[in-house]
Design a protein around this ligand. Sequence first.
Ligand SMILES: NC(=O)c1ccc[n+]([C@@H]2O[C@H](COP(=O)([O-])OP(=O)(O)OC[C@H]3O[C@@H](n4cnc5c(N)ncnc54)[C@H](O)[C@@H]3O)[C@@H](O)[C@H]2O)c1
Length: 344
Amino acid sequence: MVRVAVIGCGKIAERASLPNLVNYKEKAQVRVLCDIVESKAKSLRDKFELCGVDIIKDWKKAVTRRDIDVIFIDTPNYLHEEMTVAACNNKKHVLVEKPITIAVKAADNMIKAAKKNGVYLMVEQTQRFDAVHQAAKKVIDSGILGKIHNIRGRIGHAGPEYWSQGQAHWFYDKKKSGGGAMIDIGVHITDLIRWFAGKKITEVFATIRTIEKPVKVDDNATVLFKFEDGSKGEIECSWTTRPYEVLTFVYGSKGKMMTAIGTEKPVRVVIAKTKKGEDPNCTLEEMYPEIGPGAPWENAVHYFIDCVIKGQIPFVSGEEGRETMRVINAAYESNRLGKWVKVK
Ligand SMILES: NC(=O)c1ccc[n+]([C@@H]2O[C@H](COP(=O)([O-])OP(=O)(O)OC[C@H]3O[C@@H](n4cnc5c(N)ncnc54)[C@H](O)[C@@H]3O)[C@@H](O)[C@H]2O)c1
């Protein structure tokens, strides 16, 4: 049985961590709920009927608890580094919410702390756990699309004010969030495209703007990518899209694939079955791969608990989170400079 403390009892704890810990009670037991606002922890304790849990206000007391194996870090982005490092130094495995943190150097510190203490650090990059994207990744890895030349993705929703009913003002405070839509959801689609491509993004050109919302951070971004092998990519992320969407387009030498969350056949693969000299536009074979079970947050939480039990390194490691963060930082720099920027 994995014994868990959840630090941060806001929306992601309520919608992702706690329901999927509670429905995995044969493997995970929530022992501590921690929030600087005690009433929020108490309210989730009552909602999920966790009568035996301890409510703690000071996160430093939560990470030192001897009867805890795993810490879920569900706090605003700027707190991820300090909390993760302290948790690792107290020999706890950590599932930290996306983005890993707001600076590459901070991510380095988190990775170092996990390594030094022999504990697992996983970043909760939800899109990789969506069964639609897992089916799509299998298609790409099967080689059926041929060599991937171009890969694009878009994620959009109406903005954090609808997610947290106007309560989470930190999303609009750059010091606490690291930026706007580009870091908040750009991190989802950038990470997904990186994972699909399986190759390094080496350069970016970004246009990052505040188009609609009366906030001091960005609400829309477009980023062009160059991959290490010369192929191309592109992402868009938006806080002004209604309703929510996640779309990807993957173009290979033999065919193409489109994914669209929320549609009836969310992964469409089209292969050009062309003999040499024939027109590849006309000879098509369409496929709609089967989508596996589980909702994305459920898959992510259960996967991490299973990793801890099995002693298996999570595939969305701190290093993966840091690589995605490098691209996000380069995108902000490119936007500032108005030119292509190398991913450092
Ligand atoms: N994976 C996803 O799909 C997804 C979706 C939304 C948010 N997130 C991420 O989850 C994290 C939290 O976002 P949220 O929407 O739940 O925000 P939120 O504001 O709803 O919740 C954050 C909670 O942390 C608490 N907190 C703040 N400072 C604290 C401290 N010092 N000690 C203890 N608790 C403290 C707040 O009181 C609040 O209850 C962010 O990193 C965000 O990017 C991920």
